[in-house]
Design a protein around this ligand. Structure first.
Ligand code: ADP
Ligand code: MG
Length: 551
């Protein structure tokens, strides 16, 4: 067989396979070009799932004749003025999209008084005055293999919509009109757009976050644990305003919710990471949705910190209306009845305690108020100056037990015979990298020869498949994470432990016991949610009650 250089036409089709493997990607490339051209109004029309027509019209700077001619040549771009691939200021930079799309469709470009048939390269005058209109007809008509693999018009259309949503969230400063149905104006900010896209049930249930670490900033909003989805569908992540799918960010999001949401449920978010361009590589895949960070763990830590500091307080703020600020309430700081919560032996009962020496009047001003009654042997009814609060006694106690367990540190137990585990060099290095994290979680490990790890101590109170656990830690570290999978595994254990040792629904409580429970939950971090993200209490303000009773 002789070696031959492939003809340009074939090279374009091969490149098209990577850049535009479905209609949604064509839409993405064209809209990104419009954004790069400085447009602030973009109109997108897509017919038959993109098979027959894709049209993107913008009011950007457009192109002059010589640029128009060059725009459909391979690797022709106006966006890399220097040769520095780590200094990328535009959505595009590879100069591949237009030639790739033209090679698999009937494409035309109208811009600044010119019309170009992109397939023949012929240019004629056009009445189209400013901005650019790109039309793509009969996509993949000349590539039957690709055409065969297109899904139904409906599902291709869903992918297209998803791309439009992502770009509209990435750039709330730009108006988008999509198929004449979705109209997002500049007055619709990111949150308003998000509510339109993700559903009205998000209203009032998203919390703003904003946190920085040096030149790195994370901002946007995330759902309170009460709002979740069965898939990651409404998780929108952006790096320097570029929509991305990234393991580091997705992992950080999961980690941030790990003890307030079930692993099979997903929080909603719209998060913008702003990072100096030299700290991130976006030239990882032709579609530019993958990124690589210079310091993944720094980003992960920032994101986890930013989210956790907000979702802890969100429930109390939203549902109770007065938050958990104890300032101004110091005079009742003597309210310290204790629930008997022994951590290392298993008596988790509301034990004997002094009945709280706090007058009812003072307790009414506390966040969860004064317990008046128990109903159904599972709910506590409390009165506060603000109104009525209903507390789920099991969920409340579960949270208390769990946070105590976590705070108490993990009791370690020395193994009589160290457990030796064979791993690859890389895995050994990865595990040693997070040795101190592991120790915090109760696992003491050392290198044992070249390719073995020995476990010397393990958490005392529970058993799990530690070797398996270490392997998953290694895999996670190598993918840019920290020793968090161990933490998550431990969390699962803690949660079951907490659940089994908490006050059950069905258990009768005295008034003193109920009030003791309320005071404890007020002191507990993330007290608003049980370990599975269910709410612990609900508030009905006097205002709400009055309006219910038409007072
Ligand atoms: P890239 O975006 O990576 O540069 P493309 O093939 O998508 O590559 O586009 C090639 C060039 O055509 C761009 O660099 C830009 O100069 C020009 N161009 C494409 N679309 C537009 C548009 N909508 N408005 C103005 N210029 C455009
Ligand atoms: Mg482009």
């Amino acid at each position: 067989m002789s070696v031959r250089l492939l003809p340009d036409s074939l090279i374009d089709i091969i490149a098209a396979g990577e850049v535009v493997d479905k209609p949604a990607n064509v839409v993405k490339e064209l809209v990104e070009n419009s954004l790069d051209a400085g447009a602030d109004e973009i109109t997108i029309d897509v017919r038959d799932g993109g098979r027959t027509l894709i049209m993107v019209v913008d009011n950007g700077v457009g192109m002059y004749r010589s640029d128009l001619e060059k725009s459909i040549l391979r690797h022709a771009t106006s966006k890399l003025p220097t040769d520095d691939l780590l200094d990328i200021k535009f959505m595009g930079f590879r100069g591949e999209a237009l030639p790739s799309i033209a090679s698999v469709s009937g494409m035309s470009i109208e811009t600044n008084g010119l019309f170009m048939d992109a397939n023949s390269g012929r240019i004629i005058p056009s009445p189209h005055e400013s901005g650019t209109c790109v039309k793509v007809k009969n996509l993949f008509q000349n590539v039957p293999a690709r055409l065969k693999f297109l899904r139904s018009d409906r599902s291709e259309m869903m992918s297209v919509s998803e791309i439009v949503f992502r770009l509209a969230l990435a750039r709330p400063d730009v108006s988008f009109i999509y198929n004449n149905k979705l109209r997002l104006g500049k007055e619709d900010d990111a949150l308003a757009r998000f509510e339109i896209i993700a559903g009205q049930d998000c209203r009032g249930k998203m919390v703003q976050i904003c946190e920085t670490d040096g030149e790195i900033k994370i901002s946007g909003f995330v759902s309170t644990p009460i709002l979740r989805r069965a898939s990651s569908i409404h998780q929108y992540l952006f790096v320097n305003r570029r929509p991305v799918r990234d393991k580091v960010l997705a992992g950080a999001l999961r980690a941030a919710y790990f003890d307030v949401m079930h692993a099979r449920e997903y929080p909603l978010c719209c998060l913008y990471l702003d990072i100096p361009s030299h700290m991130v590589d976006v030239n990882v895949s032709p579609s530019k949705t993958d990124v690589r960070f210079l310091e993944p763990s720094r980003i992960r830590d920032l994101m986890v910190r930013a989210i956790r500091s907000k979702i802890g307080e969100s429930h109390s703020k939203q549902d109770s209306g007065f938050g958990f600020q104890r300032s101004g309430l110091q005079d009742v700081g003597c309210v310290q009845p204790h629930l008997d919560l022994e951590v290392n032996n298993t008596t988790f009962q509301i034990g004997d305690f002094e009945s709280p020496q706090v007058p009812v009047g003072n307790q009414l001003s506390l966040p969860l108020g004064f317990a008046r009654a128990q109903i159904g042997s599972k709910y506590i009814l409390a009165e506060s100056n603000n109104g009525l609060i209903i507390i789920d006694q099991h969920a409340a106690h579960e949270r208390i037990v769990y946070e105590k367990l976590k705070k108490g540190g993990v009791l370690r137990q020395q193994l009589l015979i160290p457990h030796v585990l064979h791993m690859t060099d890389d895995d050994v290095a990865a595990v040693l990298d997070v040795r101190s994290d592991l120790e915090d979680s109760g696992l003491v490990v050392e290198r044992f020869g070249e390719t073995d790890i020995a476990i010397y101590e393990k958490p005392a109170d529970w058993d799990m498949d530690w070797p398996e656990c270490l392997k998953s830690v290694a895999a996670q570290v190598r993918a840019g994470g920290t020793g968090n999978s161990l933490k998550e595994a431990l969390h699962a254990k803690l949660a079951t432990y907490a659940c089994h040792h908490s006050v059950r629904a069905g258990q009768k409580l005295s008034l003193e016991q109920m009030n003791a429970l309320l005071r404890q939950i007020e002191e507990t971090e993330r007290g608003g949610f049980c370990n599975h993200g269910r709410p612990v209490w609900k508030t009905f303000s006097f205002d709400e009650l009055d309006s219910e009773f038409e007072r």
